[in-house]
Write a new protein. Structure first.
Ligand code: BTN
Length: 241
């Protein structure tokens, strides 16, 4: 279903909201815009994911949004919490958060967040799979959508509904202090503590059990020899998945 851009703009008067029916990536379009500007797309032909991956961006099936923000501590964790809150408000579905900011339903990825620095700004990219009924074979085992998890045919919220909840949720979470972001993330994420994980790092994989976040929001992984490793970036997966 196409975005109802008239409704979205009407809900946020005075805010710059650029809309593209089709674009390569909202990240590129947002670079250089003023703080607070929002770029939305109906589809992306070159959607960008974390770690240099592509983001599958089927037409009319998802939320594809970039927002220009001021750089802030724990921004990626705050955005994950905001997206989780928006999905809960719009759909009643409660996502897990896989550190640092994958949105998970039934142990599959339903959304993701990408933060890029540009000209003293942080460009926050948020992708949420809403209406997809299938995914390309290379991601089919790892990806899901709200529709696939919904289980009740009528009443699935639209991407417009999610965005109407998302923009205020981002403003709310960006105003929270770092200590509460860390606490809320730890409460919302089954990955933050006590979870057996494998972490892919440039110099090989680490296996261990998560042991909370440090004050900078990095993930602590306790290896079986009792030593702790701080994970700064990299793909965290539940062990055995
Ligand atoms: C991830 O790998 O989990 C991050 C995915 C981020 C996807 C969003 S969709 C809107 C914005 N534009 C992009 O090209 N990427 C982000």
């Amino acid at each position: 279903m196409p975005l109802d851009i008239v409704r979205i703009r009407a809900a946020f008067p005075g805010r710059r909201i650029d809309y593209y029916r089709s674009i390569d990536s909202t990240m590129r379009a947002a670079a250089g815009l003023e703080t607070g500007a929002v770029v939305l797309a109906g589809e992306q032909t070159a959607g960008q994911g974390r770690l240099g991956r592509a983001w599958h961006s089927e037409a009319g099936a998802g939320v594809y949004c970039s927002i220009v923000l001021k750089p802030a501590p724990l921004l990626t964790l705050a955005l994950g919490l905001a997206a989780r809150s928006a999905i809960l408000d719009a759909s009643g579905l409660t996502c897990d958060l896989r550190w640092p900011n994958d949105l998970m339903l039934a142990d599959k990825k339903v959304g993701g967040i990408l933060v890029q620095a540009a000209d003293g700004h942080a460009i926050a990219g948020i992708g949420i799979n809403v209406d997809q009924t299938a995914f390309p074979p290379e991601i089919a085992s790892e990806a899901t959508s709200l529709r696939l998890q919904w289980g009740r045919p009528p009443g699935l919220p639209s991407s417009t509904d999610i965005l109407l909840a998302l923009l205020p949720a981002i403003d709310r979470f960006l105003h929270r202090d770092p200590a509460s972001i860390l606490r809320l993330f730890a409460e919302a994420s089954s990955y933050a503590s006590g979870r057996r994980v494998t972490v892919r790092q440039p110099d090989g994989a680490i296996e261990g059990t998560t042991a909370g976040l440090d004050l900078s929001g990095f993930l602590i992984v306790r290896k079986d020899d009792g030593t702790d490793t701080l994970v700064l970036a990299g793909g965290v997966r539940a062990s055995g998945s």
